[in-house]
Design a protein around this ligand. Structure first.
Ligand code: CA
Length: 235
């Protein structure tokens, strides 16, 4: 399958890759490989820039080095995963680290040990993009009359669009991923507002707004309060 067949798009709408690597020459080499293959690229040299660029640029794939200044790659991955299923390939300097990282279940799509040849890198990129698309298509969660599409970042209730803020969307997404499970305010805070220093009480405020919007869309009594702990969504 070619890239065009995969995406159904031609070169007017290229797939984009964010390259996060603090070794400049390596980052530039990776960008060069990608551009030769027709990808659009952006580059970040530290973890904070990576998150800012990721939000602004919404790439189709992220290539993420583990050892980075400011925020390391694992922390960047964690924050990306709190918001998105975008495919991520981690770069590591040590082969022996890969098994350990795989065991942690961090949600990376692949690991590449540096230095990697252009051929290996491009093969992994294509592979992960292909897989990523398939997994993202499955990212539609349904509970009662609510449908959450993680790829389109859209929620509908009874077929009606529910306009949620990104925080409300992440709260609902996290609840819908494990229906029936009582989830603490702290956990909800971490997944929905990973970069803010809000208190757990902030979760209640967003939850009130989320419930009101769902109710207005005809889906009430879906999210239950778990006294002294947090919230649960009922299947
Ligand atoms: Ca590095």
């Amino acid at each position: 399958m070619t890239l065009q067949e995969l995406t159904g798009k031609v070169s007017t709408d290229m797939l984009s890759v964010l390259v996060v690597e603090d070794e400049l020459s390596l980052a530039q080499t990776i960008e060069l490989y990608l551009r030769k293959e027709g990808y659009k690229t952006e580059r970040a040299s530290d973890g904070e820039k990576a998150l800012a660029l990721w939000r602004a640029f919404k790439p189709d794939l992220v290539i993420l080095d583990i050892g980075l200044p400011r925020l390391d790659g694992l922390e960047v991955l964690k924050r990306i995963r709190a918001e998105s299923m975008v495919p991520v390939i981690m770069l590591t300097a040590r082969a022996e680290e890969v098994d350990e990282l795989l065991g942690l279940g961090l949600g990376a799509d692949d690991y590449i040990v540096k230095p990697a040849s252009a051929r290996i890198l491009m093969a992994r990129v294509k592979n992960v993009l292909k897989r990523g698309r398939t997994e993202e298509q499955k990212q539609v969660l349904r509970i009662a009359d609510i449908e959450l599409d993680a790829y389109a970042v859209q929620v509908t209730a009874n077929g009606q669009d529910v306009g949620l803020t990104p925080t409300e969307f992440r709260l609902l997404q996290h609840l819908m991923q494990t229906p029936g499970r009582a989830i603490s305010r702290l956990e909800l805070l971490e997944v929905s507002m990973p970069e803010s220093d809000a208190y757990e009480r902030a979760v209640d405020i967003h939850m009130t707004n989320l419930r009101r919007k769902l109710k207005e869309a005809g889906a009430s009594d879906i999210i239950h309060t778990v006294r002294g702990l947090g919230y649960r969504i009922q299947d």
